[in-house]
Design a protein around this ligand. Structure first.
Ligand code: SAH
Length: 339
């Protein structure tokens, strides 16, 4: 087991189970996340016997950083995991702070037709420590704090639900990375039972839904998950989520030329989500060499935007980062593994 897998409560339980003191949990959290120790031998306020036990039970290792591509306002990190699999994370420097997009799985089983990550089947879920230490290592590289986290890298986070929630508890904890829940966003392709479960999770984490199509007919074609959870079920789950949490949702909508970017699609989208407390985020598609989809023209995106605006939706167009450095959506990992 890795020590960065543990939430503060789990650490407390561990110390109590070993006949030791509860408050060691806070101390250990502080060694890991405030003082950022590199080895257990640096810990000075826990008894030697307890530390010996800890080092028998837990590894304190992080990931291996094997490549960084740097641009002015974006950096892309490629990490190697203990079993030699690769994952990527992207840092975006905004005027409001440093935002990191992390991966939640090795590969992905959702099979979205336009997505590079989906070309590779899921190998496994990431463990909690593999998500947490992506952030620790980026902060170490950057020598600055990460203020915002989005779980929008490789993988479907709600297909790794239990680990995801522990990750949130650790990075949100005041003695952990202390990242405010409102600065954390998770994006899902629409796994309905997990959306319902998430509506009673106590932290106020932002939820984004990868919608990408306003009808079942079209969504079935580009996102196979829609066959399991069609739009009617998705929208009712989101109504429950909004009712329970009193929050605002984000819908992500990738603009794919000639596929989902027509005026009719825009009107249908407004009809579908107009009654919900939400933003629609239009995303210029990042073309990849391996998939045949093309991005919509700027004019097409603006027309789509205008129709949504006229229908009184809150709409934004995503600022683009890193298309130059293959920062988008599984491209770096794909390159690495095709070498
Ligand atoms: N599985 C989750 C999170 C990972 S994908 C989800 O589906 O939400 C993060 C976002 O990037 C999703 O909205 C996904 O549809 C989108 N995406 C995938 N490939 C893309 C590409 N080539 N260009 C732009 N966005 C892409």
């Amino acid at each position: 087991m890795n020590i960065y897998n543990l939430t503060r409560d789990e650490m407390e339980e561990y110390f109590v189970d070993h006949g030791s003191k509860k408050f060691h949990a806070d101390q250990l959290f502080s060694w890991l996340y405030e003082k950022r120790i590199c080895s257990i031998s640096e810990i000075t306020n826990i008894k030697k016997e307890m530390l010996e036990q800890l080092s028998l039970d837990y590894s304190f290792s992080k990931l291996k950083l094997i490549q960084v591509e740097r641009d002015v306002d974006v950096c892309k990190y490629l990490f190697e995991l203990p079993d030699c699999e690769h994952i990527e994370a992207v840092l975006m420097k905004h005027d409001y702070g440093n935002s990191v997009c992390i991966s939640s799985q090795v590969g992905c089983n959702m099979g979205c037709k336009f997505c590079e990550s989906g070309r590779r089947k899921k190998v496994r879920n990431l463990e909690v420590f593999e998500m947490v230490t992506q952030l620790l290592m980026i902060e170490e590289d950057l020598k600055e704090r990460v203020s915002h986290v989005v779980v929008m890298g490789i993988g479907e986070p709600f297909d790794n639900y239990d680990n995801l929630l522990k990750f949130f508890l650790i990075i949100n904890h005041p003695k952990g990375l202390a990242i405010g829940a409102r600065h954390i966003t998770v994006s899902t392709c629409g796994i309905v039972p997990k959306i319902l479960e998430f509506s009673s999770f106590p932290l106020q984490i932002n939820l984004a839904i990868s919608l990408h199509a306003p009808t079942d007919e079209l969504r079935n074609k580009i996102m196979p998950i829609n066959k399991a959870y069609p739009l009617k079920d998705l929208i009712s789950a989101l109504e429950v989520y909004l009712e329970n949490t009193n929050r605002r949702l984000t819908f992500e909508y990738i603009m794919l030329s000639g596929i989902n970017d027509t005026a009719e699609c825009a009107r249908k989208l407004a009809e579908l989500v107009g009654h919900l407390n939400c933003y629609v985020n239009l995303i210029p598609y990042n073309e990849t060499n391996n998939l045949e989809f093309k991005r919509s023209s700027t004019i097409q995106i603006m027309e789509f935007y205008d129709i949504l605006k006229k229908n009184r939706l809150n709409v934004t167009i995503r600022r683009e980062f890193g298309s130059k450095i293959s920062a988008a959506c599984g491209q770096l990992r794909s390159k690495k593994e095709e070498l």
